[in-house]
Design a binder for this molecule. Structure first.
Ligand code: ADP
Length: 263
């Protein structure tokens, strides 16, 4: 769990109308779903919005073992006593924070069940272990992200869950914006940033490689960072962009050759 005390505004470059949509979702207390591949700025956007709205954000990175107990709370033994400890979701519901369930589809099904009553007109959380229902604070907002399942290996989100959210798609930004992001995030020179973005787009278009996930903005940012801090460009591209994508030796070699021509 990550509870952030935000001081500086996180840098976020808008790519569409997502800021307006989020503001309206917040105003109307409608849950917000960010759809899109990994590394496309979803988490950064939520951090940015929380800062803009001056709200605390509690982030949960969901995985196969994330259960409703992890989110709602549990009894713990303290000395001779058993005491109840609120989980992050319960805390957010009571305090009126933004809860961000990153990769919600990865969590166990009981998590989805637990949030249902929070995502409709009831806006309440049932704590089964206490037999209590907690009404959400007026400012509470539920935000979730997921990686749509058009590629193998990703879990889907049921229509009955998806339809409780306002949803916005995130994707790799257009080259001009992605170049600006690299420059802003890493202070790298514009010319190298442009080359990295061109490499990213080239590999993204090589759909025949059948990569599970392709080059994200995050990978390009990482490459830019290590170039800026002094690693040779080609080596940086190999280790930050190519190696994380695949373990297939032939594909690795082909991608490295391709990148060498572009930087
Ligand atoms: P996701 O949550 O979609 O996996 P992140 O929000 O962690 O992705 O983004 C990964 C990195 O990419 C960020 O740390 C940031 O450096 C960069 N990034 C991607 N999109 C943007 C954007 N629109 N504005 C600013 N930075 C971005």
């Amino acid at each position: 769990m990550l509870v952030e005390t935000l001081i500086d505004t996180p840098y976020y470059h808008a790519v569409g109308k997502e800021i307006d949509v989020f503001n309206q979702a917040y105003k109307n207390k409608i849950p917000f779903l960010l759809k899109g591949p990994t590394g496309t700025g979803k988490s950064r956007f939520v951090e940015f919005m929380a800062h803009q709205l001056d709200k605390k954000i509690i982030t949960i990175s969901c995985h196969e073992e994330t259960s409703s107990t992890d989110l709602i709370g549990r009894f713990i033994i303290k000395g001779a006593e058993t005491v109840w400890l609120d989980g992050p979701l319960t805390t957010a519901v009571k305090e009126g924070a933004i809860i961000y369930l990153d990769e919600i589809a990865e969590a166990r099904p009981d998590v989805i069940v637990a949030i249902h009553s929070l995502t409709d007109h009831r806006r309440e959380l049932f704590i089964d272990k206490l037999g209590e229902t907690v009404k959400a604070h007026e400012d509470f907002m539920l935000v979730a992200s997921f990686n749509p399942g058009y590629q193998r290996g990703f879990k889907e989100l049921k229509p009955s869950t998806r339809q409780r959210f306002i949803a916005v798609s995130f994707d790799y930004p257009e080259p001009k914006i992605e170049t600006e992001i690299l420059v802003n995030e890493t202070d790298i020179d514009t010319d190298t940033a442009k080359k990295l973005v061109a490499i990213g787009n080239k590999i993204r278009n090589l759909t025949e490689l059948g990569l599970t996930e392709t080059v994200s903005t995050r990978l390009l940012v990482d490459a830019a960072k290590i170039i800026h801090s002094g690693l040779p460009k080609r080596l940086s591209v190999h280790v930050a962009i190519v190696e994380p994508l695949t373990d297939d030796l032939q594909t690795l070699e082909a991608l490295k050759d391709l990148c060498n021509l572009m930087i």
